[in-house]
Design a protein around this ligand. Sequence first.
Ligand code: BMA
Length: 382
Amino acid sequence: MKTLKSIAIILFITLFGCTEKLPAPADKKATKETVNLFKSLWELQQKGIMYGHQDDLMYGYKWWYEKDRSDTKDFTGDYPAVAGFELGHLEPGNERSLDSVSFIQIAEQVKAHYKRGGVITISWHANNPLTMQEPVPEDAEGRARFQHGTAWDVRSTEVVASILPGGKNHEMFNTWLERLATFFAGLKDDDGTPIPFIFRPYHEHSGSFFWWGTNICTDEEYSALWRYTVEFLRDKKGLHNIIYAYNTDRVTSLEQYMRGYPGDDIIDMLSLDMYDRGEQFGGELDTTLNFVTTEAINRNKLTALSETGGRWGMDDWWSTVLLPVVSKYPVGYVLTWRHTYMPRFRMFNIDQPFPDDFLNFYNSPHTLFLKEIQEPNVYTRK
Ligand code: BMA
């Protein structure tokens, strides 16, 4: 009897010990559901690749905000495991995002996806806090005029410095973060439990097409921007339901990937954005995912191919290019970008939201859609 009891205790300690040993979020005060989400994502990334789709729940290529509708579900019968949302234009206090989506409806769909047991990721194409205050230059034409004051306005290299402590736009930037914090604080379930989500601001740092890009600010400024943002939301506003995703666009070395990395005490996920721009994509993605996921695992961080997209003119991209590469690595999820409502140009000229080959990706034993992560609930781990 005694032996049985000790075996039971040892077994309990081993099992309990194992669960406890799983990595956890950088935020030491992360809520129970957030810790559970982190651990679930950690385990899931060893098992398969979740599919994520930006704005999947907000609109599709032929519809605009119909409750519970999703292009992914229309086409495959299941929702994506990961639903992406975008907060650009929340910062100046607008009611709708830069993609014309209502922030109230975004909050509703975050709750709906959480209730279904799905994972939520949020991006933020914040306006340019410096140039948006200036009038459009008289000589600005076409594209320059269109991008004036937006996230894509990269005419000044002073922007990040201007919003950090001591900068002339620092107070304004605090107002932006206040608005962000208020929105995040409103993401609660029916019982008032904060909904955990992945936040991926200041993305694609390795490129220079956003005002926080690699040639537009210094790596130190970029890192300080990250730290300031996380400390504001986490420590000042007491938000403990956020998993923070560091992100770059295509890179060729780990050194390049890590430029501006704010630190393991700030970041929870090492993610990569990489779109297919030609035949060399498969090989490049392979090399990059190899060093990014290795680094992430060594640091006990989560991973994702947080934005990708197929090659023009290829109808079997999902199964022949993307899947063979991502299946080789512990990639948490793969997310494809939004299906613009009624686009004038489309990747494939057929009357359906995805190419047929997407079903091969869906049916692959390597991929996970919502139903496959519902059973082992990622938030309760029951
Ligand atoms: C970009 C494009 C834009 C959009 C932005 C934010 O890549 O899709 O049209 O406004 O993302 O969602």
